[in-house]
Design a protein around this ligand. Structure first.
Ligand code: ATP
Length: 461
């Protein structure tokens, strides 16, 4: 089972403290969200899993954390200043602002407003998605020399550091650079909770390869990411690949495969249930070439007169100099978190006929691994024992103590936030030095001695 729609996750998130609307006490800010106590843990665990898998478990990746605000020339030569835009149209009837490339066409081939069905739309115009800012205390708002952008992707910070990382880490091709960080896009139509927001977080790898090895490396990353997403607990039935058509490909891309998730299972038309979770592009040698000082046009003029470096690579084995191809797997932290929550969402009826929500998160990414619950909170010895168990477990796993309700309520709360195990301390525990461990998914209970508890939980986590 998975969540029937995103709304179910929105309400669970607000109720339990995963994600809240941002600046809510002032009426919010369209499509901005804050990650609460459980959301920040879940997001951190997803990022940790990604970093472990992408960086630590391989021998060919280095990490990086580049600036959000970069020299404007980065965005000039990357092409973002001129091409990073969406086609914007307004509906003359209902005044909704729309992205033309996301609209359906009617039988006459005319775009239809997704809000009111009208075809009375304005001509489309390119709307640049980069957030502008000015740098420096004295700069006027319209001073072009002070103009800067909040990065719309983490990738460019990696390309401009290619030579730094290559030289300092003494790498040879193939190798990659991984980065996790915030990106900003002034989206025309943000929405669907954290699926599309103006501020979001990306996990990107730029993998540098010889041109003749690019196609194969590309496919290996596609297969690898499919596996990683499934290792987070996302079921294969809700994942599929989409091969971008020649018309859809970005100007730098030779081939791009998107991994889609079934974010909209409630939609009748099966084809519309899917949307992009991540993209994996073969960016060719475009990026290192455009940021290099050397390439020239037919008349011998430098294509990039502002760059001070040549980002080509010398292969000592073949004695060749060339611009490496780049394979880019780009994943959104927020969309991954949404997919993980949707896929883990389960309902189960208890023996009293009540419906309970269980978030069957993989233990590796669950915000809390174990909750220690005293059966009688008015009995100081039980409370003391429970608190001590929580404290002993804490250095090895994220543990919480909770005595704010009856045991049934406490179990239900932990099920709903995805805690794999509850440990209950009862009157008998004082005699036999053992506790009851309850499994989130089966609701089965097992008696475990306190001495063996940490090992018992660790092996199951
Ligand atoms: P879309 O077509 O949905 O706008 P995109 O193809 O422009 O996405 P990319 O530039 O490939 O997205 O970005 C890589 C990843 O970053 C996406 O697959 C997604 O997970 C995430 N991402 C991009 N834009 C947003 C956004 N506005 N909000 C949340 N995540 C985003």
């Amino acid at each position: 089972m998975a969540a029937p729609n995103i709304e179910t996750i929105v309400s669970l998130s607000k109720r339990r403290g995963f994600v809240y609307p941002a600046s809510d006490i002032y009426g919010g800010l369209g499509s901005s969200w804050d990650y609460g106590p459980l959301g920040v843990e879940l997001a951190n665990n997803i990022k940790k899993s990604w970093w472990n898998w992408a960086v630590y478990e391989r021998d060919d990746i280095e990490g990086l954390d580049s600036s959000i605000i970069l020299n404007r020339n980065v965005w000039k030569y990357s092409g973002h200043e001129t091409t990073f835009s969406d086609p914007l149209v307004d509906c003359r009837d209902c005044k909704t602002r729309l992205r033309e490339d996301k609209l359906d066409k009617n039988d006459e081939g005319k775009f239809v407003c997704s809000n009111c069905g009208s075809t009375n739309l304005t001509e489309s115009r390119a709307f640049n998605l980069m957030f502008r800012t000015t740098v420096g205390a004295a700069s006027a708002d319209d001073d072009p020399t002070a103009l800067a952008y909040l990065r719309p992707e983490t990738a460019q910070g990696i390309f401009v550091n290619f030579k730094n990382v290559l030289d300092t880490s003494r790498r040879k091709l193939p190798f990659g650079i991984a980065q996790i960080g915030k990106a900003f896009r002034n989206e025309v139509t943000p929405g669907n909770f954290i699926f599309r927001t103006r501020e979001f977080e990306q996990m990107e790898i730029e993998y540098f390869v010889r041109p003749d090895a690019a196609a194969r490396a590309h496919q290996e990353w596609i297969d690898g990411f499919d596996e990683w997403l499934r290792s987070l607990g996302i079921s294969s039935a809700n994942l599929k690949h989409y091969e971008q058509t020649k018309e859809e490909l970005a100007h730098y891309s030779e081939r791009t495969v998107d991994i889609l998730y079934r974010f909209f299972p409630e939609r009748e038309d099966e084809a519309k249930q899917w949307d992009e979770l991540m993209g994996i592009a073969n960016r060719t040698d475009y990026d290192l070439r455009v940021h290099s000082k050397k390439p020239e046009d037919a008349e011998g003029n430098r294509l990039n007169p502002d760059s001070t470096e040549d980002l080509s690579y010398f292969d000592p084995q073949t004695n060749e100099r060339f611009y490496p191809y780049i394979i880019e797997p780009s994943t959104g932290v927020n969309r991954t978190l949404l997919a993980v929550m949707m896929d883990a969402y389960t309902e189960r009826t208890n023996d009293k006929g009540e419906t309970r929500v269980i978030l069957k998160l993989k233990p590796e990414i669950a915000p809390i691994k174990v909750a220690v619950l005293p059966l009688a909170k008015n009995k100081p010895e039980i409370v003391e024992m429970a608190r001590k168990i929580k404290k002993d477990l804490q250095p090895s796993m994220r543990a919480v103590y909770d005595d704010t309700g009856g045991i049934g309520k406490l179990y239900a709360r932990q099920d709903e936030i995805g805690t794999p195990f509850c440990v209950t301390v009862d009157h008998e525990s004082l005699e036999d030095e053992a506790v009851t461990v309850r499994d989130r998914d089966t609701w089965e209970q097992e008696r475990v001695s306190i001495d063996a508890l940490k090992e018992f939980l660790k092996t199951r986590l």
